[in-house]
Design a protein around this ligand. Structure first.
Ligand code: IMP
Length: 194
């Protein structure tokens, strides 16, 4: 049997890695986790995703996928956005800090999650894939599933936060699942086996 191509997922975030194993399970590639530990110094999601993907591709010599994501809250003018990972040293503190900044603001706290993926293939142009999920931030933490800001992100029409959804339900709505669909539909991963 021909060997399956390998795809590096440039992340050290176990929540993200778990989702990638699920979202790309039918993609015909073997996933390898590698945290390129780059500083997120870009000014856009795409720049940061590219920094992660390029860092992993140049160190591993393999096709690498980087992902930068964020939560944008309308009443905060899109904050924290690309600064979502920098609101505090732990995720618990980041979530608490976001809720602290929202205290007293008129509800609903409309928000969206954004995910931009960069696919870096050695000796090829880096390609980008995007997904978003619109919803609302709620003041109480609900559910233990998922990761990051999932327990405070309510998905319209479901009555549930991402924290209350099993993975197969989150993937119907999530920004990362939407970006992964765009990646799969592009055919870029099939070309890794050519
Ligand atoms: P980064 O994309 O690794 O820079 O993550 C940005 C921030 O958003 C971190 O605090 C993540 O935990 C959080 N985050 C990223 N994706 C998700 C998600 O799917 N659900 C909830 N939080 C997320």
């Amino acid at each position: 049997m021909p060997e399956r191509p390998r795809l590096v997922i440039a992340s050290g975030n176990t929540g993200k890695l778990r989702e990638y194993r699920d979202l790309l399970s039918g993609a015909g590639v073997d996933l390898v986790a590698f945290d390129s530990e780059v500083d997120e110094v870009g000014e856009t999601y795409a720049e940061n995703a590219k920094l992660k993907a390029d860092g992993a591709a140049s160190r591993s010599g393999l096709a690498s996928l980087g992902d930068d994501s964020g939560l944008e809250v309308e009443v905060l003018g899109g904050f924290p956005g690309i600064r979502s990972a920098r609101l505090g040293p732990t995720q618990q503190e980041r979530t608490a800090e976001l809720l602290r900044r929202l205290e007293g603001m008129p509800r609903p706290w409309k928000a969206r999650f954004v995910c931009v993926m960069a696919l870096a293939i050695p000796r090829s142009e880096t390609r980008f894939f995007e997904g978003e999920c619109r919803g609302e931030v709620v003041p109480e933490w609900r559910g233990e599933a998922g990761f990051g800001y999932d327990p405070i992100f309510l998905v319209p029409g479901t009555g549930k936060t991402f924290g209350e959804m099993p993975p197969e339900e989150k993937r119907k709505y999530s920004h990362r699942a939407a970006a992964a669909r765009a990646l799969l539909e592009s055919g870029a991963l099939q070309r890794l086996s050519d």
